[in-house]
Design a protein around this ligand. Structure first.
Ligand code: 5GP
Length: 133
């Protein structure tokens, strides 16, 4: 086999046989899994949670699959700021500014994380309890 044939075989195998490594939220970002998407740009997208815990429950997700907040690095600083600004703007757009809302990020088992792709929860539309359960 020539070197260029080997490169082709390696490309073919990786493109066709390796498991799909996209996260659940990457699949939503690219449209492979349907979701009620409210906002999308080059850095993040926001969509309604499939199992809402409040009348408004939106997830704001970075395009980059940072697994969880404690694994973000200084390189992710702009993305993290963008997620918070987007959450605040969405809250305003969804009419939550006056009544109030909460943003939350869960990390690991005790935090209640179930999807290992960083996401900001935006919750509103009812009185939220504090401390959280
Ligand atoms: P975590 O528990 O990791 O902080 O939050 C994950 C969230 O993702 C949960 O609130 C869960 O309801 C939501 N979720 C899980 N699978 C899907 C899905 O396929 N579509 C949407 N829209 N939300 C999902």
């Amino acid at each position: 086999m020539t070197p260029s044939e080997s490169v082709f075989v390696l490309w073919f195998l990786s493109a066709n046989l390796l498991p799909d490594v996209k996260t659940l939220f990457q699949k939503i970002y690219v449209g492979e899994i349907p979701a009620d998407i409210l906002y999308k740009d080059d850095l993040c997208c926001a969509f309604r949670d499939i199992s809402p815990q409040a009348p408004t429950h939106v997830l704001i997700v970075p395009k980059k699959p940072i697994p969880r907040i404690g694994e973000a690095t200084v390189e992710d600083q702009a993305t993290l700021g963008h997620l918070l600004l987007t959450a605040g703007k969405l809250a305003t757009d969804l009419g939550l500014s006056e009544s109030g809302f909460r943003i939350a990020i869960n990390h690991g088992p005790h935090g209640g994380e179930t999807v290992p792709h960083l996401h900001v929860h935006l919750l509103g539309g009812r009185q939220l309890e504090w401390p959280p359960g």
